[in-house]
Ligand binder design. Sequence first.
Ligand code: PAY
Ligand code: ZN
Length: 308
Amino acid sequence: SRRALPLDWTRYWTLEEIHSWMESIAAENSNASIISVGTSYEGRNILGLKLNIGNVSGKKQIIFEGTIHAREWISGATVTWMLNELLTSTDPEVQQLAATYEWIIVPVLNVDGFVYTWTNDRFWRKTRRPTANLLCRGADPNRNWDNNFNRGGSSSNPCSDLYAGDYPFSEPETKQFSEFIANLTNLVGYFDFHAYGQLLMLPYGFTTEILENYDELYEIGTIALESLSAKFGTQYRIGSIANIIYIASGSSLDWLKYEFKTNVTYAYELRDQGRYGFALPADQIIDTAIETFESIKTILKEAQIRGI
Ligand code: PAY
Ligand code: ZN
């Protein structure tokens, strides 16, 4: 077998590097195992890592979804950094947090699109499946989930960056990931990482209405953003997707909340506010990940206090 590459977070990693890094973690650590979410349109593995310290069954499960949008490279970089932190931190508080949950971490969901951003077009967003229009490929995988499909903030035009897809779950990546999620028995938390904008977003995207435990999530999120900005002064805003950015139907966050009523459900728009946008320099990865992880720790602590 191949030796793991000595990776750090001073540059962005390729898909191959991310996958072989996770494989080496699983090989070296009895608490970690590789999850295969499925196969992409172009035949790539969609891999994740499951972390269960002590291999205790019945733990509450938390998902980190990374890189559903291909060009949002800071997403996967932040997610791998946080995974590493959960595995290696010497801080007793983090170690306790790591042991409390079963973590299901998928750094790159849109594997085909991500590879395409390395090889052809750095600013590609969608999947790579052909559409009815021979000239335009790919659906927006964050408009393709089977919840209020194509009911606002999405497009029926295959050439649009917001193309919802031919039908709900037309994309193998979203379909297989949703099936994987539906088979989980103890999911309590879902974190979805996008860029850019510095926003902490709650459901829903399809409606501006305030539903379910919005107030609770808003309160927890507001406290979490204080711990985020305490690190380096980074300012975030909080609100529902539809209220703080725009109407977006068929997103993963909406599907999770609508179908599973997942208690703790947040989507991040990570750094920055547009200066570099999707091309956030790699020298901001570590600070982005550190501040983001601070907020996640606070969210989960506050959720525990409130018994959710
Ligand atoms: O669930 O994150 C959500 C919905 C909002 C995002 C979306 O899917 O459109 C917002 C955009 C994103 O991260 O994809 C924002 C970025 C800057 C974009 O591409 O417009
Ligand atoms: Zn995105």
